[in-house]
Design a protein around this ligand. Structure first.
Ligand code: SF4
Length: 292
């Protein structure tokens, strides 16, 4: 069994009357020659890393390399703790968790690069916040991570996952799409809905440039993770409501590649365009690294 596209992934799941996560797991078992329990325990270890990063980020000031971020999740959590109505809103939890993991990454802490370190806050934020809200156990969260992984795998075969090659649409955009698909499975949606959520999330992140200030994965990356995570949740809700992407997911992946190819290099992680060359960004760069 194998899949090279989201359409194949969804068809396989429907033919076997199962979930996308189960197809991803079966293919992984075949390819890795590992047992189900070995793969599960590896994913459980990833889940623990995600949880630890969230806990660390929401409870501590993080020392990031350039000092441009580090207290965002702490501030968000403090705001939520003193506003019970805000705390009850799952979007706010998603934002808080995405900031937390992304800040841990900015501080060189341990994260799961899914699909990349720069976009590592998005999938954990969505699946952990949803699992808490819906009172779901680790078994279900782990399954949703297979779904996210399978969707990311398809993109890696058809396109790029690197900001340096495709812009931030390939990092935060793809992470948002992976998280949207995972969220649909966690919320009981069908394989077709999973793929539609992926498509709805990705197509609305197309064209997103990679323009990190001072070349550091801090600004805009940390807050961009929060935005992409809440966007993923919206896409999953639309898909669960039966809303479909007019453009199929696999065509959106191709469009993402073409857009990435058309983006000038100054907007692909070189820090020579976009936010990275604003007066404030240049001043910050000088403060961090001195004059060159
Ligand atoms: S802006 Fe660039 S470095 Fe930052 S998360 Fe996006 S792709 Fe990664």
């Amino acid at each position: 069994m194998e899949y090279k596209s989201t359409a194949e992934l969804s068809s396989l799941a429907e033919e076997e009357n199962t979930s996308i996560s189960e197809i991803v797991l079966k293919v992984e078992m075949e390819e890795s020659e590992l047992s189900r329990s070995e793969i599960e325990s590896r994913m459980a270890a990833n889940l623990q890393v995600m949880r630890d990063a969230v806990e660390r980020g929401i409870n501590n000031k993080i020392e990031s390399g350039g000092g441009l971020v580090g207290e965002e999740a702490l501030k968000m959590q403090s705001f939520l703790n003193s506003n019970p109505l805000e705390k009850d809103n799952i979007y706010n939890t998603v934002i808080s968790y995405a900031l937390a993991v992304s800040e841990v990454n900015a501080g060189m802490g341990k994260i799961v690069a899914g699909p990349t370190a720069g976009a590592s806050g998005i999938v954990p934020a969505v699946v952990l916040a949803l699992a808490e809200k819906l009172e779901l156990g680790d078994e279900q969260i782990i399954k949703s991570l297979y779904t996210a992984a399978g969707l990311g795998y398809v993109v890696s075969r058809k396109a790029t996952l690197a900001g340096a090659a495709g812009g931030c649409q390939a990092e935060c955009g793809v992470a948002s799409a992976m998280a949207a698909g995972a969220a649909v499975e966690l919320r009981g949606g069908t394989p077709e809905m999973v793929v539609n959520a992926f498509a709805l999330a990705l197509k609305n992140m197309l064209g997103l440039v990679c323009d990190p200030v001072a070349g550091l994965v801090e600004v805009p990356c940390v807050k961009r993770n929060a935005a992409a995570a809440s966007h993923a949740l919206s896409a999953s809700t639309m898909a669960l409501a039966g809303i479909k992407s007019v453009i199929p997911a696999d065509e959106i992946i191709i469009a993402m590649t073409e857009i990435g190819d058309q983006l000038p290099s100054c907007l692909k992680e070189t820090s020579k365009g976009g936010l990275a060359i604003t007066p404030t960004a240049l001043k910050l760069k000088e403060e961090i690294f001195g004059k060159k």
